[in-house]
Design a protein around this ligand. Structure first.
Ligand SMILES: [Zn+2]
Length: 223
């Protein structure tokens, strides 16, 4: 586990999950791959917390490598789960995850996807969207960043000059902001990255790359 900044910890194993420690308990942003939630439980224990302290799980998007541990962690705690309306349908198991068009064009890979690990479905307690996020814990706000999935959300925490939880809306490539892989719509993701650049935040953390610890919103403006 790596400390990003004041009370924010990164757990990285195939996909990034974040522990956010606060006065009223712990918030998780994404939960990593299926069957890897033990790493999050270990991380909580390292900071003197347990699953009972987790009061909220914020999901950026409905890909198995981001909500993989959510069902187990939700049932081991009293945490409320937050996601967007569209991605909640996939998380609840009411709708299959839509593969990105690049994979739809490759029948071999599409059939491979059917044997990829699946995340256990779970209830979503709160539907959030940009401007409709008053229920979020701590001082989090939601930012609509569609393109990677249709209902992808990024979350901005008002702490230490702003900490943006980007999810898979973008990657950090040695300090430069790049588009990630496997997007539903390239045009839409471009718009989402420009939209993120309109916010102020010192730090940005990502779904698959390392943190940008300073000047992060300026890096998004250079995209
Ligand atoms: Zn993803």
């Amino acid at each position: 586990m790596e400390t990003v900044t004041d009370g924010v910890y990164l757990i990285s194993r195939g996909s990034n999950a974040y522990i956010v420690d606060g006065d009223d308990g712990v918030v998780l942003v994404d939960t990593g791959l299926p069957k890897r939630h033990g790493l999050i439980i270990e991380g909580l224990s390292d900071i003197g917390r347990s699953t009972k302290d987790v009061r909220a799980i914020l999901i950026t998007h409905a890909h198995f490598d981001h909500f993989g541990g959510a069902a187990a962690l939700r049932s081991a705690s009293d945490a409320a789960v937050y996601a967007s309306h569209v991605d909640a349908m996939v998380i609840r198991g009411d709708k299959p995850a839509e593969p990105p068009p690049v994979l739809e064009r490759l029948p071999f890979i599409t059939s491979l996807m059917t044997i990829m690990p699946q995340a256990a479905s779970l209830a979503v307690d709160h539907i959030v969207a940009e401007g409709f996020d008053q229920e979020l814990p701590e001082d989090f706000t939601a930012i609509d960043t569609p393109g990677h999935t249709e209902g992808h959300l990024s979350y901005l925490l008002n702490r230490r000059g702003g900490i943006l939880f980007v999810g898979d809306a973008a990657n950090n490539a040695n300090g430069s902001i790049k588009r990630g892989w496997f997007n539903r719509s390239t045009d839409t993701i471009e718009g989402s990255i420009h939209h993120l650049a309109s916010f102020e935040f010192e730090t940005a953390v990502f779904g698959h790359s390392g943190p940008l610890r300073s000047g992060a919103s300026a890096a998004f403006c250079r995209y």
